[in-house]
Design a binder for this molecule. Structure first.
Ligand code: FAD
Length: 366
């Protein structure tokens, strides 16, 4: 292969989806050139930018919503991959309980063969305020350390990182060159990226408290705070593998809410609800480390993983007209965004799905 025949793959977005996709593709195609282009990069964790979701996640693998075939496959692949990474220290096993305000039956638990040790709780094991519950073992990670690990892996493979805010999908295509490919992992950014402009993308606001609470050793999700009128509260606690004793306390699920400010009434309420469920938060060593708000990048109709051919240069009322005589060419973009509350737990499976589309298209155009 000559250099010109080596496809240049531009991954637009450095959240968990962009980085995991870059990881899978650069492993499968070590001779290709990869560039991750993003406004926010993993090393920004100390800057506390809320413009992206990935630093603000819990993050554990926990069932969200009902059964859906593609989601099931993605999350199964990811669970197994994360489980295999436990010995790295980046991932921990997490005893878990999810409790419900209404009776449950087996049919609801589409995920019971993905997680480990799944069982329905006996009545006396259900905490007060709930009427039923399940227990299982899952995994959790510290998102900021995990993003840095992904970045380091990619650096070691020669993947280039470029900090840049792009305004159109065309700019990404120009970085890749006419023979290249763009993976669009811009999450909420897909709403305002010219050429994509996906209005189905919306935020689910999540306010949380980061605490040092080594006494909390279990993931617990409880209907406390949920009322018959949905107010967007949810009560959960996610212990992380590192640093020692770090636990994320939640939280809110507020759809279409773009507010990035911490609301201290909400914070008080999160603390009160978690304290009610986990007396260990009363231990003298417990400390609040921070109050966070992150926007989960959701999409009506579910995550979008699909190929789209663009005819470039793009003709758009929002862009200057293409140069006189500019040659038209077709350009492949693979979209991977809209993972909402489940980006980490779907990340490796999503990356594999992108890789399948990638392989299929490269055979077609080869
Ligand atoms: P992002 O992390 O938002 O990354 C988008 C990237 O695209 C960034 O690099 C950004 O800079 C870049 N970008 C966007 N537009 C442009 C542009 N125009 N030009 C250049 N770059 C651009 N998930 C779980 O699986 N488990 C959990 O326990 C969990 N808990 C959560 C708790 C909270 C409070 C929140 C907020 C989220 C949680 N999530 C959880 C969800 C998870 O964080 C997201 O699904 C995931 O981070 C989405 O990753 P992403 O790569 O798609 O998007």
């Amino acid at each position: 292969q000559t250099d010109e025949s080596v496809p240049h793959v531009v991954i637009l977005g450095a959240g968990v989806i962009g980085l995991s996709t870059a990881h899978v593709l650069s492993e499968k195609y070590p001779s290709y050139k990869f560039t991750v282009v993003a406004r926010d990069l993993p090393e920004d964790v100390d800057l506390n930018s809320q413009a992206w979701a990935s630093p603000w996640a819990g993050a554990n693998w926990s069932p969200i919503g009902g059964y859906e075939e593609k989601k099931y496959k993605r999350e199964l692949i990811t669970f197994n991959k994360l489980w295999d990474m436990i010995s790295s220290g980046l991932i921990r096993t997490l005893p878990s309980r999810i409790c419900y305000a209404e009776p449950v039956n087996d049919a609801k638990f589409w995920y019971k063969d993905i997680v480990r040790d799944f069982r329905i709780l006996d009545e006396e094991e259900v905490p007060s305020g709930a009427v039923a519950g399940v227990a299982f073992t899952t995994v959790s990670l510290n998102p900021q350390l995990y993003l840095l690990w992904l970045r380091n892996e990619l650096n070691a493979r020669g993947v280039i990182f470029l900090r840049k805010r792009l305004y159109s999908i065309q700019e990404a295509a120009e970085i890749a060159g006419p023979q290249g490919v763009v993976i669009n992992a811009t999450a909420l950014g897909a709403r305002s990226l010219i050429g994509v402009e996906d209005t189905a993308v919306y935020p689910i606001r999540g306010q949380t408290i980061l605490a040092y609470a080594p006494g909390v050793q279990e993931f617990l999700a409880h209907p406390l705070g949920l009322s018959s009128v949905p107010t967007g509260e949810a009560t959960y606690m996610i212990p992380r593998p590192a640093p020692h004793g770090h636990v994320l306390l939640g939280g809110t699920f507020q759809e279409d809410n773009w507010n990035l400010s911490v609301d201290f009434d909400t914070a008080r309420d999160i603390w009160r609800r978690c304290l009610q469920l986990a007396p260990a938060l009363n231990d003298p060593e417990t400390r609040i480390l921070g109050h966070n708000v992150g926007l989960r990048p959701a999409r009506r109709g579910g995550a979008r993983i699909e190929a789209q051919w663009y005819s470039l240069p793009l003709e758009s009322e929002f862009l200057p007209p293409p140069a006189e005589g500019a040659e038209k060419y077709d350009f492949l973009v693979i979209h991977a965004y809209g993972f909402g509350a489940a980006g980490y737990q779907g990340s490796w499976g999503a990356a594999e799905e992108v890789a399948e589309i990638f392989a299929e298209h490269f055979k077609l155009v080869a």
